[in-house]
Design a protein around this ligand. Structure first.
Ligand SMILES: Cc1cc2nc3c(=O)[nH]c(=O)nc-3n(C[C@H](O)[C@H](O)[C@H](O)COP(=O)(O)O)c2cc1C
Length: 257
């Protein structure tokens, strides 16, 4: 977490209902003499206390954005959601059409709002802009040299053609996510869903992610710091391909213990 956050309690508004205390993951809030009191030690600034207070008696400081009130709970239709998950596909063929900036911002917003372990919010979203073509060229160069060596050992690599758009498939938007593996993956899935909700398609490029973590020149262009790890790369654009049926999947490996 970057900011300096504090839980501010308004004792005049507080009715001592205890909802904040029971929802505080770090047990920082106690009810004393019918009022909530907050200690800062161990607070992960998750904002649950402010969000759950029916009296608006709590403010969590140190963020650039305000907390927003809402009355109705948004619920997704379970069958529609499952159908959307079932029918989405990785897209590897994109239209040559730019994506509006407000849609790009909405996709990043969906990633920013994903949960993070200990509320660390440590995912970084690197949007490839002017450097996109140059980065793809560097990655193509690496893969062509690697596949030369690996071809005899890999059926996949012996068949695949590393063309100039092997990594980004001519998509207009590429975002590399760095940080913690689980956090960044959750952010990426939110982003892929948001892309799809906007009529876009997405591909997770594991191949480019490998390059981002192994080629010093690519790391430097991405502005990656020492120890910073690329977790995944989202390639996004308008699909040039339409699917008529679902792709078959193996049964879920479920273990009940
Ligand atoms: C972590 C991850 C990395 C992937 N990397 C690549 C990649 O580099 N190139 C590619 O063409 N597909 C890549 N894929 C797409 C998978 O091949 C694809 O998800 C899988 O075949 C299932 O197809 P579907 O996504 O259409 O359901 C990746 C998927 C994931 C989850």
């Amino acid at each position: 977490m970057s900011g300096n956050h504090r839980v501010l309690l308004n004792s005049e508004k507080c009715i001592g209902c205890g909802l904040c205390a029971s929802d505080c993951v770090a047990s920082c809030i106690k009810i004393q003499n019918g009022k909530a009191t907050a200690g800062q030690e161990g607070c992960i600034a998750c904002g649950h206390c402010e969000a759950v207070c029916p009296q608006s008696a709590i403010v969590l400081t140190g963020f650039e954005e305000e907390s927003e009130s809402f009355n109705t709970q948004t619920r997704l239709d379970p069958q529609e959601l499952l159908q959307a998950i079932r029918t989405r596909r990785s897209i590897r063929n994109f239209d040559n059409k730019e994506i509006d900036r407000d849609i790009v911002d909405m996709i990043i917003e969906a990633g920013r709002l994903a949960p993070t372990g200990s509320n660390s919010q440590n995912t970084c979203f690197i949007v490839l802009d002017k450097s996109k073509n140059e980065l793809e060229k560097s990655a193509v160069k690496l893969f062509r040299s690697l596949t030369g060596i690996a071809k005899p050992f890999s059926k996949f690599l012996s068949r695949v053609d590393i063309d100039d758009s092997f990594f980004f498939k001519k998509a207009p938007l590429v975002i590399v996510l760095t940080g913690n593996s689980v956090n960044a993956s959750l952010a990426a899935e939110n982003m892929a869903f948001m892309a799809e909700a906007n009529g876009l398609g997405a591909l997770f490029s594991g191949f480019f992610t490998v390059c981002a973590n192994s080629v010093p020149k690519i790391k430097k262009t991405l502005g990656m710091k020492r120890g910073e790890k690329a977790v995944t790369t989202l390639v996004i654009g308008y699909p040039k391909v339409k699917y008529y049926r679902t792709a078959r999947r193996e049964k879920a490996r479920v273990r009940r213990v």
